[in-house]
Design a protein around this ligand. Structure first.
Ligand code: NAX
Length: 335
């Protein structure tokens, strides 16, 4: 039988953790043949909730789940980790300035990155879900110089899947008909969901939209006035309707991010925030969302796509925000 994969989930007692762990244990992430060992990291006040989740995991009697360990020590949690899903983060509280938020999260992701570098398995892959996800990933990667930086990513797959779903609904097609859509930039309201290279049943999405909406101008107006803001503000829409932030959809996206990195992208590209080497003019070292593919060895940025002036402007604006976050973290001495 294949060796078990050790998967560490931080913030395991929270709502995304609750939606994530059962699906991992059921085989939804790594397939029906790969046994898994779960390591749950929490802060002391979250340990009870994580323990409760672990009791329920036991009650599922999942055939693939070998064991579950719960701890508040990152060095125990990441020991031998092949996959690390960094969900726990410090949320913004009322009156908190951005610098305070970045500092609080640097205090989490710096030590977690260092622990990963010290004790994780040689093949570890890391996805940061906790916000501000891109900059938290940057901080963790910087604290783990022994881990190749391309093993670190931040989650923009939820934004990607939201964009696919909105486009599919507008065109009255199945989400699976849509390929090669891209989220560029930061996982924030400045993100750029881009359909310029997307296809619908093999045909350019822009042509399909123009046909459906009565012309190219109508298609462009829908993209600018409805699609982009709806996708970028979807998190706030979920909070307004559900009364709490996205959980199951975020967990689903985190599973898809890791599954596609490890098992490969089945159909065209997807979106993930990864470390830039200067692609598309994004400054080297920033963790930005790009179009990516994987052959199973990790995400690689798809190069050579054209961005028109409008797209370029949107990407530049989101990258400027990433630069500002990085500079603020540097000013705090956390990078
Ligand atoms: P919850 O508040 O329900 O759970 C977070 C858990 O993390 C808590 O149990 C807390 O005790 C724990 N925690 C805090 N600091 C920790 C630390 N240093 N080590 C280990 N655990 C720690 O939040 P939830 O709804 O699960 O969201 C988790 C994070 O995901 C938030 O930062 C949220 O903003 C972010 N999201 C990111 C998304 C993305 O697409 N990248 C979308 C969904 C979500 O908004």
């Amino acid at each position: 039988p294949p060796l078990p994969t050790t998967i560490t989930v931080t913030g395991a007692g929270g709502q995304i953790g609750y939606a994530l762990l059962f699906r991992i244990a059921s085989g939804a992430m790594l397939g029906p043949d790969r046994p898994v060992r779960l390591r749950l990291l929490e802060i002391p006040q979250g340990l009870k909730a994580a323990e409760g989740t672990a009791l329920e995991l036991q009650d599922c009697a999942f055939p693939l789940l070998q064991d579950v360990e719960i701890t508040d020590d990152p060095r125990v949690a990441f020991d031998g980790a092949n996959v690390a899903m960094l969900v726990g983060a410090r949320p913004r509280s009322a009156g908190m300035e951005r610098a305070d938020l970045l500092a609080a999260n640097a205090g989490i992701f710096g030590p977690q990155g260092a622990a990963l570098g010290d004790v994780a398995a040689d093949d570890v892959r890391i996805v940061v879900v906790g916000n501000p996800a891109n900059t938290n990933a940057l901080i963790a990667a910087a604290a783990a110089p022994g881990i190749p930086s391309d093993r670190f990513g931040a989650l923009t797959r939820l934004d990607h899947d939201r964009a696919v779903a909105q486009l599919a609904a507008k065109l009255a097609v199945a989400p699976s008909a849509i390929r090669d859509l891209t989220i560029w930039g930061n996982h924030s309201a400045t993100q750029f969901p881009d359909v310029a290279h997307a296809t619908v049943d093999g045909r350019p999405a822009l042509d399909a939209l123009a046909d459906a909406l009565g012309g190219a101008a109508q298609a462009a107006a829908w993209l600018d006035d409805e699609f982009v803001p709806r996708v970028a503000q979807r998190g706030a829409e979920i909070i307004a309707v559900r009364g709490s932030s996205s959980a199951a959809s975020a967990a689903n996206a985190a599973i898809a991010h890791m599954r596609d990195s490890i098992l490969g992208t089945p159909a065209g590209s997807t979106s993930a925030a990864v470390v830039s080497h200067g692609e598309y003019g994004v400054p080297e070292g920033l963790v930005s969302s790009f179009p990516v593919t994987s052959d199973g060895s990790g995400y690689r940025i798809v190069e050579g796509l054209e961005l028109d002036a409008r797209g370029r402007g949107r990407l530049d604006a989101s990258v400027a925000e990433l630069v500002a976050e990085r500079d603020a973290v540097r000013a705090l001495g956390a990078l």
